[in-house]
Design a protein around this ligand. Structure first.
Ligand SMILES: [Zn+2]
Length: 100
């Protein structure tokens, strides 16, 4: 899959290789694995992402979140719900909205 975002969609941390978008740089970094030299980098599959705690938001989850305006684009938006919960517990919901 290649990046296929609609022209008016601005990815948060979009991956041009798999076309998914990530709510944090950390989540993006965790989905790319393999060595740079020789070039063996690849994106994790959906099953592999689940194994490392990354979750693809459902349209319903997106529509109830701070990413609701992105739901209409039909993008695959990936986040780390455990990291978001840690931030929420420490700093509160408003800070989560700014950072995850
Ligand atoms: Zn990717």
């Amino acid at each position: 899959m290649s990046a296929c975002w609609q022209p008016e969609y601005v990815p948060l941390n979009g991956c041009p290789m798999c076309g998914r978008d990530f709510t944090s740089q950390d989540a993006f970094d965790r989905h790319r694995v393999g060595r740079h030299e020789p070039l063996e980098r690849r994106c994790l599959s959906l099953a592999e992402m689940a194994e490392v705690g990354l979750h693809v938001m459902t349209p319903e989850e997106m529509s109830r979140s701070q990413y609701a305006s992105r739901a209409r684009f039909g993008v695959v938006l990936v986040h780390d719900p455990q990291a978001a919960e840690r931030v929420r517990r420490r700093f509160g919901d408003e800070w989560v909205k700014q950072t995850t």
